[in-house]
Design a protein around this ligand. Structure first.
Ligand code: SF4
Ligand code: SF4
Length: 119
């Protein structure tokens, strides 16, 4: 599913799973729509994944819950080779605090379907 989003600074086309939920209002509970992480990486991705633009490679679609989750929270050892699997839970909790998981939606943008190609 292709969407476009616009902030006061820019607009961009992003690709998300066709069944991903619609973005809630700014400040409402996060529903895992994935739009913020598809738009640009967060500081955790900057610091630990060395990713500075584009869709975050740790953005993970979960079929069971029909939502996106942060791979750095659920499987950090898959993304950072220096993290051993036995540290998965503890380091995932650390990253959850770094991304303010559980807080309200902090991504302010207008979202819309990509217009049909008129050609
Ligand atoms: S913070 Fe907002 S935009 Fe990001 S996944 Fe949650 S609901 Fe979607
Ligand atoms: S590290 Fe997690 S919270 Fe940050 S952009 Fe990537 S998927 Fe989103």
């Amino acid at each position: 599913m292709a969407l476009w989003y616009a902030t006061d600074k820019s607009f961009k086309i992003i690709e998300l799973h066709a069944d991903s939920p619609a973005k809630p209002d700014y400040g409402a509970a996060c529903n895992g729509c994935g739009i913020c992480c598809a738009a640009s990486p967060c500081p955790v991705a900057f610091a630990f994944l060395f990713q500075f633009k584009g869709k975050c490679r740790a953005l993970l679609w979960q079929e069971e819950s029909r939502r996106y989750v942060c791979g750095m929270v659920v499987y950090p050892d898959r993304y950072v080779r220096l993290i051993p699997p036995r540290w998965r839970e503890g380091s995932g909790q650390f990253f959850a605090t770094r991304i303010a998981a559980g807080a309200g939606c902090d991504f302010a943008a207008e979202i819309d379907d990509l217009p049909e190609d008129p050609a």
